[in-house]
Design a protein around this ligand. Sequence first.
Ligand SMILES: [Zn+2]
Ligand SMILES: [Zn+2]
Length: 330
Amino acid sequence: MKAAVFKAGRSSPGKFLEIEDIARPPVRTGFLLLRVLACGVCRTDLHIVEGDLPAIRPQLVPGHQIVGEVIEGATAELKAGARAGVSWMGDVDGQCWFCRHGMENLCDNPVFTGYTVDGGYAEYALVRSDFAFPLPQELDDVHAAPLLCAGIIGFRSLRVAEVQRGERIGLFGFGSSASLAIQVLRSWKCEVYVVTRGEAHRRRAAELGAKWVGSEDERPPATLDRAITFAPSGKVVVDALASLRRGGVVAVNAIHLDQMPAFDYDKLLWGERQIRSVANMTRQDARDFMKVAAEIGIRPKVKIFSLNDANQALLAIKNETEEGSAVIVP
Ligand SMILES: [Zn+2]
Ligand SMILES: [Zn+2]
């Protein structure tokens, strides 16, 4: 099969991956062989091929937003020919304290699709059948793909922030994840206040129904019940905290923050305000979000690349040249 392959230590700017013919993975018990119909390109993929995340294997097929057709290994839920979605969580041990307490997103021994194991930048992908889920008819292949990471994690952030219908919510930063989360918030009749850099992002936030949109040095004109931060900046977390009512929550949707600046506990955190991080996702988050996405008709903007152009797709993320989400169609 044709695949875009990352070789640790041999990737260079603009030529992160090599397009090669590699063996199609043989199907094993408990796995599905998918013919890849579309695979979304995530900023995490760029972190992997640029070495920001340490290489786990010498050779890897990236890609963790896979829409595929079941070819072998069909199950009662995912029959041969059905469409399946696969995201970042590829497997867990099922036995650690976190798995036994309903927190599989925090598992001691997680497997990440397109990082620990090969992912979807290929014509076929082998995935755990119990970590694949059916996709609603309403979503076509290329528009479902970007929902499978940015969408699910954005949705989990709303859960971590404990958002209630009709509340006032702040979104700090407005990339792919926030542009999907706001569509869920609007369907819940929340008032959304967006603080973000960049004129294009502010315009998009207004189009998607934000009640108020401001630049990074402006503050929402109302006290927020909850806030979600998407920027990898500790200063933004403190800014969000400063707009929060007593008992409110800031959920931090970032794997990495530059640093947390010192802040005034008495003014900003006292009063049972909380700061919580958002880590990975559970299978239930994935299933619940895809259902909501179909019901409310979420449709991300996409830019399609062929598998041969996988490097260009990664460059588009790096240089932020596309307004929509990059999707590879093999
Ligand atoms: Zn576990
Ligand atoms: Zn991702």
